[in-house]
Design a protein. Structure first.
Length: 328
C-alpha cells in the first residue's frame, strides 16, 4: 500500500491511541511488524500555547520511520500551523483526528464533531494539506450516529481537499466503544475514493484482518486494542496475509522479556514515578491469560518502583514458565 510516496508493506499499522502509542510502544510495535505507527493525539490549540506535553507527544526515536503525528482541532489556520510544527519534528505524515468521541473534545467542535460539520472538516483538511509537503491522512469514524453516516461522502471531499489516505474506524461517535464495529462502513468509504482506505475496529485475529480486507476491499488494517500486551499481533497478521501460515503466540519468557523491555523504556522516557504508573495497566495486559494472572494483576496496581516491577515480572515468569500456557 502506498500513501503518497510512503510504501506501507505489508499494510498492518498501529492505531493512534492516547496513553498507549507513545515512543516506547511504537518502537516495540515496529519491531514486531507494524509498518506504520501513529502517535497519540496532539491537541493543536495546546501546541499553539507551547504546552510541554504536546512536544513530548511528538517526540520520536532517532531514525523512527515511518511514523505519523496525529493532530486534533477544528480551526483550519491553527491546524495548518500545528501541521507545520509537526512536520518540522521529522515525521512522515500528518494524520487529522476526526474520531475522538470524548465530550471535552467534541464540545470544542474537534474530533468526531467534525463528522457533523462538513464545511469545517473540509476546510481543515484543505488547510493542513496545503501547509505541509508530507502526506496528510484523516482518521475518522463513520459518522456522528447511525442516522448520519457521513464518512463516505466526507472521504470523497477529503480526497479532493488533498488527503492521501483514510483510516476508517468502523463505528459512529454514538457507538463510543460499546457497539461492535460494522465493517460495512469501510466498504462504503472504499467505494467512494481512489486513495487508500485502511480499515479499523475489532480486528482481533489474523483471520479477522484478512476477512475485513476481503469483504471491504480495504487496502490495509489498523490495529488498536488487540495490540495491548500483544505487539506480536502485527507479525501474526502479516504472516497470515502473506502465506496463510499461523504463527504461534509467544510463551511466558518472551512475554516477560517484552514487558521488561517496555517497562524500562517507559521509565527511561518518563522517569520512574510516571513511567511505573503508566505501566501498571500495560503489565496486566502482558500477563493476560497466563497461570496465576489474577494474583499478579492485582499486584500490578500497587507498583511504585522499577525494582518492584522488575521483581514482579521475574516472579510471574518463574510461576508461568513451567505451565502449559494458553493464549486468550
Ligand atoms: C486507549 C485508547 C486511546 C485512543 N486514542 C486515540 C487517539 O488519540 N486518536 C485516535 O484517532 N483514536 C484513538 N483511539 C481509537 C483507536 O485508534 C481505534 O480507532 C479504536 O480503538 C478501534 O480500533 P480497535 O478495535 O482495533 O481497538 C483510542 C482508543 C483507545 C482504546
Amino acid at each position: 500500500m502506498q500513501i503518497g510516496s510512503l510504501l506501507i508493506d505489508p499494510p498492518v499499522m498501529l492505531a493512534p491511541m492516547a496513553g498507549v502509542s507513545n515512543r516506547a510502544f511504537r518502537a516495540i510495535s515496529r519491531k514486531q511488524g507494524a509498518t506504520l505507527c501513529i502517535t497519540e493525539m496532539v491537541n493543536a490549540n495546546a501546541l499553539m500555547h507551547k504546552s510541554a506535553k504536546s512536544y513530548w507527544l511528538m517526540e520520536m526515536d532517532p531514525g523512527e520511520s515511518p511514523v505519523g503525528i496525529q493532530i486534533a482541532g477544528s480551526d483550519p489556520d491553527i491546524m495548518a500551523e500545528a501541521a507545520r510544527q509537526a512536520e518540522s519534528q521529522g515525521c512522515d505524515l500528518i494524520d487529522i483526528n476526526m474520531g475522538c468521541p470524548v465530550p471535552k473534545v467534541v464540545k470544542n467542535g474537534d474530533g468526531s464533531a467534525l463528522l457533523a460539520d462538513r464545511d469545517t472538516a473540509v476546510a481543515v483538511v484543505k488547510a493542513v494539506a496545503a501547509s505541509v509537503s508530507i502526506p496528510v491522512t484523516v482518521k475518522m469514524r463513520a459518522g456522528w450516529d447511525h442516522y448520519h453516516i457521513t464518512a463516505p461522502s466526507l472521504a470523497e471531499a477529503f480526497e479532493e481537499a488533498g488527503a492521501q489516505a483514510i483510516f476508517l474506524h468502523a463505528r459512529t461517535r454514538d457507538d463510543l466503544y460499546t457497539r461492535p464495529a460494522n465493517w460495512e462502513f469501510i466498504r462504503q468509504v472504499k467505494e467512494r475514493v481512489s486513495i487508500p482506505v485502511v480499515g479499523n475496529g475489532d480486528i482481533k485475529t489474523p483471520q479477522d484482518a484478512v476477512r475485513m480486507m476481503e469483504t471491504t476491499q480495504a487496502d490495509g488494517v489498523m490495529i488498536g486494542r488487540s495490540s495491548f500486551g500483544d505487539p506480536w499481533i502485527f507479525k501474526r497478521i502479516s504472516e497470515f496475509m502473506r502465506t496463510g501460515r499461523e504463527l504461534t503466540p509467544p510463551k511466558a519468557p518472551e512475554r516477560a522479556e517484552m514487558a521488561r523491555f517496555h517497562l524500562r523504556r517507559m521509565v527511561t522516557m518518563k522517569g520512574e514515578s510516571v513511567g511505573i504508573r503508566e505501566m501498571r495497566k500495560q503489565l496486566t495486559w502482558y500477563l493476560r491469560g497466563t497461570p496465576g494472572s489474577s494474583v499478579f494483576r492485582n499486584r500490578c496496581y500497587s507498583l511504585n518502583t522499577l525494582e518492584e516491577a522488575e521483581n514482579l515480572i521475574s516472579e510471574w515468569m518463574d510461576h508461568a514458565q513451567n505451565e502449559e500456557l494458553s493464549w486468550i
